[in-house]
Write a protein that binds this ligand. Sequence first.
Ligand SMILES: NC(=O)c1ccc[n+]([C@@H]2O[C@H](COP(=O)([O-])OP(=O)(O)OC[C@H]3O[C@@H](n4cnc5c(N)ncnc54)[C@H](O)[C@@H]3O)[C@@H](O)[C@H]2O)c1
Length: 450
Amino acid sequence: MSLPTPEAHLSAVLETVERRSQAEPEFQQAVREVLETLEPVLEEHPEYIEGGILERLVEPERQILFRVPWVDDSGKVQVNRGYRVQFNSALGPFKGGLRFHPSVNLSVVKFLGFEQIFKNALTSQRIGGGKGGSDFNPAGKSDAEVMRFCQAFMSELVHYIGEHTDVPAGDIGVGSREIGYLFGQYRRMTNRYEAGVLTGKGKGWGGAEVRTEATGYGAVFFAEEMLQRVGESVAGRRAAISGSGNVAIYAIEKVQQLGGRAVTASDSGGYIVDEGGIDVELLKQIKEVERGRISEYADRKPGSHFVANGSVWDVRAEIAIPCATQNELGADGARSLLKNGVRAVTEGANMPTTPEAVELFQEAGVLFAPGKAANAGGVATSALEMSQNAARSRWDFDKSENRLHEIMRDVHDMTFAASERYGKPGDYVLGANSAGFVTVAQAMLEQGII
Ligand SMILES: NC(=O)c1ccc[n+]([C@@H]2O[C@H](COP(=O)([O-])OP(=O)(O)OC[C@H]3O[C@@H](n4cnc5c(N)ncnc54)[C@H](O)[C@@H]3O)[C@@H](O)[C@H]2O)c1
């Protein structure tokens, strides 16, 4: 049997994905972005073509769609749709967050699940890739409504997860409050205290230190590694950060701890600029405690201001860290950042930079870290939470943060080494895709056609 060339093989796989997933633009975008970089890997490994690795990798092992009926505070029955896409378990149990946001659909969940496979491989933590969520919008809901929704969601999800099967965590709209309600319902329904079934738990009942901080801290550690490789550092640099949720808050905190100055934060209503550096405690109070709007920051902090229309990427910064959502940094934002002298872009969010913007950064020689590598600190710390649950042990903050730092250094080095090996040193997109892919492909090959 003669094998197709890598180029022909990649186009054929992409064609199949486009045909089968016509209504899934985000998923197609994520697959295209990976496949476009894999030709040199397949040149070196024809056995991956022969083993049908890519055809299998782009098809989730299992996709679960379910009804989530619940009753709101006025007594009205509400129905949302629940999703769990179990994408690939060659390296370990499916692992990936749950997103509760009105924009959630199968395309979004599949793109996130697909990216998660490679990200999880880069952490070297032996976890597979998956993702889930619902089009439920927690914004403006009472605590009791969020609890009833989470209980209804888990009443179905319970059939498909477990510490050795599939281990969900948080994502947009799912933080420690939601994980608490989800875990409570899992425990009630199974009559088991299976701590390792969910990560991001409360610290008093199985949660790990630094899990809350991990994604944002990790993204900044990655930026520091990239900058240090070229003799620079975060210290003394201005950073523009989008979002004001879990990832953004702790990215801002770590930038300041490393001696940089984070000057922006945003939400769906607009953004704030604080030239003196964001006051992280005030930001946490507004967003984590009061669940308020970012505009309130400007009301309370003299010297800062709120911008309702416009883009956070118009603010001058040497480091940009998009931490909100997919495709939030497009060509216009990239041009504006480039004009203002950006040196490094690190994705805290998943796929926040459009393909056009990535190209502009790479052409301009800006250091660009894709989310698969740069935001892997969250899931890596989730895996540490699973190990601590299994061992019934608990690490302190310093040990956990040091371990996160080491992991991010390894992810950086592995990614950079792969970019060198496949001919484009410093192309972290190529590096992350190829290093993650080879790890998963090898495991799939050795485990046979399943
Ligand atoms: N939480 C994690 O550990 C983790 C890990 C890896 C990647 N991520 C990614 O990081 C990103 C943020 O996740 P998070 O956990 O911080 O969620 P979050 O719910 O805590 O915060 C999301 C933030 O993004 C903003 N946002 C969302 N949609 C927006 C929109 N359409 N326009 C403008 N702003 C918008 C929200 O206002 C909020 O500030 C997501 O892409 C997520 O997939 C999260």
